[in-house]
Ligand binder design. Structure first.
Ligand SMILES: Nc1ncnc2c1ncn2[C@@H]1O[C@H](COP(=O)(O)OP(=O)(O)OP(=O)(O)O)[C@@H](O)[C@H]1O
Ligand SMILES: [Mg+2]
Length: 424
């Protein structure tokens, strides 16, 4: 794409994926050297606070009152040496100005949109332009409009427009943006978890040796997410839990792995962006274990499966949970079951949700879950499984019964409930 725009052919690309999956890393690798391809580069990122201010993102990105020279603005610095100050020049009509509708008098935002579009027009008249706008999930509405208008114009300009976003729970606006881009022949790159081999390579680089079996198992809980993997391995190394011998990095000390404060903070930031209702349902799911079914959830929450489907669907879109088969592909250990099963995409997310609950709330949820099971609200086919897991949770406090009907995992459940978290 970089070669294309350098030759004057524009294009638009969106990179999507969950927190820490590598969107920025990919964009940097692909487009960070735009300057050497004689393209001007502008790079900006939205943040949660900026979305309250109209055009904040695009003004940051395109620079208020500045003009761009080739290769001057990009990651990581904002203002390159040639970014001159000065008054806005007279607008030269270009493809973007032609696409523009009339500006309603007295509407400063609409006027701002047109000014920014005209600026890009002007830049494109001087050299090919690469414009990267990151974290569109936090973009203010007017900035999204600018991005959209630019995307519509890439066929007529030497402009490579790139964006990154975390998928859902997103508003209609982002869905439209994505669909619109695809319908015009743009590219959407969806980043998934690292493959096991890549994960092992990354962990090996971070740990200073090929991961041994126990370290590899611990790292798998990061579900193929490079950020979580990095945080996890760094924290283990900091705590002196990684020992390297004969080129093999192995986990030392007790088998369990605590989630470090820094990793928990990263994950909590992600969880805090989820709608409250979803977070509530996910807490229930965390009590059920690494895996659960919607039937399980319905039984313990007292909601119908139909009511839960929407929330669970959104959690899937947000990349927090997935079908257990997906989790298996991502390297999570899952148990085969007859009913379709959901699983947290990362063991770490579940653990942070679980650990983040006050002890009293956790105990109450376990108890309520056990009552849900006892009241027979669960379908017979799922009773055995949940009985095992819920029983495990209650066991820590009230001596769970390994003889719950059909509870195959009962023995294991009781064994595990010595620790505070039955799902770990
Ligand atoms: N393929 C990869 N191999 C090794 N490390 C990677 C890979 N992709 C990303 N990383 C590292 O993982 C971390 C997170 O990556 P990055 O910042 O690109 O994620 P992101 O998807 O942009 O996240 P966010 O949604 O928070 O913006 C970084 O430290 C990055 O260097
Ligand atoms: Mg990023």
């Amino acid at each position: 794409m970089l070669a294309g725009v350098a030759a004057g052919v524009g294009g638009a690309v969106l990179v999507e994926g969950e927190q820490g999956i590598g969107k920025t890393a990919l964009l940097r690798r692909a487009l960070g050297r735009a300057g050497t391809a004689r393209c001007a580069l502008a790079w900006g990122a939205a943040d949660e606070l900026g979305q309250r201010f109209p055009l904040w993102l695009m003004t940051e990105c395109l620079g208020a009152g500045r003009e761009l020279a080739a290769g001057n603005r990009g990651p990581p610095g904002r203002d390159g040496p040639g970014a001159g100050e000065g008054e806005e020049q007279a607008i030269t009509p270009g493809p973007l100005a032609v696409l523009a509708g009339p500006v309603p008098p007295g509407d400063p935002v609409a006027a701002g949109v047109e000014r920014l579009l005209a600026r890009v027009d002007r830049w494109c008249a001087v050299s090919p332009v690469v414009l990267v706008v990151e974290d569109l999930q936090w973009a203010d509405e007017a900035s999204l409009l600018v991005w959209q208008r630019l995307a519509q114009a890439v066929g007529q300009l030497p402009l490579l427009l790139a964006g990154s976003l975390r998928p859902g729970p997103v508003g209609d606006e982002l869905d439209r943006l994505r669909r619109g881009l695809l319908s015009r022949g743009g590219t959407v790159v969806s980043l998934g978890p690292l493959a096991l081999r890549e994960l092992s390579e990354l962990a090996g680089r971070l740990a200073g040796g090929r991961p041994g079996a126990r370290l590899a198992e611990a790292v798998r809980r990061a579900g193929g997410n490079p950020l979580y993997t990095r945080e996890l391995v760094d924290a283990l190394a900091r705590d002196g839990r990684v020992r390297v011998e004969a080129g093999v990095a192995e986990l030392a000390g007790p088998r369990g792995v605590e989630v470090s404060v820094s990793l928990a903070a990263v994950i909590e930031r992600r969880l805090s962006a989820l709608p409250q209702e979803m977070a509530g349902v996910l807490r229930w799911a965390a009590v059920l274990g690494q895996e659960f079914t919607v039937t399980d959830l319905a039984a313990v929450t007292g909601r119908t499966a139909g009511q839960l489907m929407e929330v669970v669907g959104e959690a899937v879109t947000a990349g927090v949970v997935g079908e257990a088969a997906d989790a298996r592909a991502a390297g999570e250990g899952v148990v085969a079951g007859a009913a379709p099963r959901m699983a947290f995409r990362h063991g770490l997310i579940r653990q942070v949700l679980y650990d983040g609950m006050p002890e009293a709330l956790r105990a109450a949820l376990h108890l309520q879950a056990a009552r849900g099971a006892g009241a027979g609200r669960r379908a017979a086919s799922t009773g055995a499984r949940v009985g095992g897991r819920v029983g495990a949770g209650v066991a820590g406090r009230c001596r769970a019964r390994a003889d719950l009907p059909g509870a195959k995992g009962g023995g294991r459940a009781v064994a595990r409930c010595a620790g505070p978290d039955p799902g770990r």
